[in-house]
Design a protein. Structure first.
Length: 341
């Protein structure tokens, strides 16, 4: 119903009916909405809240004050890093800990508004990056009352990463912002609904010239060489978790480099780079990842070539790959999904 229809209906209700209606509606409002929209304050002080709402509607929104936002951002980062939004402590009251997501979301919006002010742009860019990295950290360990902080605060990791890259692009030279964007993609944790590929596609939105793509390729190779993993060294590692992190970082950079080379119309070079640097002990898994990537880009001829090369090398492909190969042989095209006819 429209609000006018609701008001017309309410005029015919008795006081007892109105009390019952408000009580029942309140019980059906999700707790998250009650907190986010400050429904409790509205119930306690309906007239004051109604006047404040009308005043806010009339007044143009003032830009946030940078010093205030910076202080609040630094405090939020410090409290979260020290586990005060998760573990019992005397700094953040228990009832306030679940509300971290509202603080983070407000800081995100205020910092985005401040990116329009060139005077503070470098500092705002740094604060956005710090909060993004903090939330990424929260995807891998408990800093908040949720292990999916981006989802909980209602902003996807891709959108947050896009905002960080956009701010850095405005605040610094191409070498600096491209390097920072590549490093964030390679080093930070992802939530369960985000992949390195989805973040790489976001980055590619900003790499809109061949020179920027080349710069990103150079940064990929620089970061990858910073942590080389040789097969003989891997066998001596006792820290399996460390090995996993380094391999994951390496492979994220290899996948991004693959996408960049394809975007530069160098698909064969992309395949060669992948085969030379992607780290995976299982030959079949390496083949599967490569073919899945080629499938996403619609590179059918290269897909067939690499599949047949893998079989000749003694790799036994999984059923999804075999089914896809047969489908291509019969129809001359890719199926809708890899492994499906």
């Amino acid at each position: 119903m429209r609000i006018a229809e609701v008001r017309a209906l309410l005029q015919g209700y008795s006081d007892e009916q109105l009390r019952l209606l408000v009580s029942e509606m309140y019980k059906r409002i999700p707790r998250k909405v009650i907190e986010e929209r400050e429904i409790d304050e509205l119930v306690r002080n309906p007239e004051r809240e109604a006047r404040a709402g009308r005043r806010r509607a009339r007044e143009p929104a003032e830009p946030p004050d940078f010093e205030t936002v910076k202080w609040e951002a630094d405090e939020f980062i410090d409290n979260a890093t020290r586990g005060f939004y998760f573990a019992p402590n005397r700094v953040v009251p228990k009832r306030q800990r679940p509300k971290w997501r509202f603080v983070a979301k407000r800081l995100y919006r205020d910092l985005l508004a401040l990116t329009q002010d060139e005077e503070y742009l470098p500092q705002v860019s740094d604060l956005l990056t710090k909060i993004y990295s903090l939330l990424c950290d929260g995807c891998g360990r408990y800093l908040f009352t949720s292990d999916a902080p981006f989802r909980t605060m209602g902003i996807s990791q891709e959108d947050f990463y896009r905002s960080v890259v956009a701010a850095k692009r405005k605040a610094s030279s191409s070498r600096e912002w491209v390097g920072a964007a590549v490093q964030l993609l390679a080093d930070e944790n992802h939530d369960y609904s985000t992949t390195a590929g989805s973040l790489a596609h976001v980055l590619l939105e900003f790499l809109d010239t061949p020179s920027l793509k080349e710069e990103a390729l150079e940064q990929c190779e620089r970061f990858r060489r910073d942590n080389p993993v040789r097969s003989r060294e891997r066998k001596r590692w006792e820290d399996t978790a460390l090995r996993y992190r380094i391999e994951k970082r390496n492979n994220r950079l290899v996948e991004l480099a693959f996408m960049l080379k394809v975007a530069l119309s160098e698909p064969e070079t992309a395949v060669d780079y992948f085969k030379a640097h992607y780290l995976e002990s299982s030959k079949e898994t390496r083949l599967y990842v490569l073919l899945a990537t080629l499938f996403r880009y619609g590179l059918r001829d290269l897909w067939v070539k690499e599949y047949e090369a893998g079989v000749r090398a003694g790799v036994k492909p999984r059923k999804a790959l075999e089914d896809t190969y047969r489908f291509i042989e019969q129809t001359g095209r890719f199926p809708e999904y890899m492994g499906w006819g």
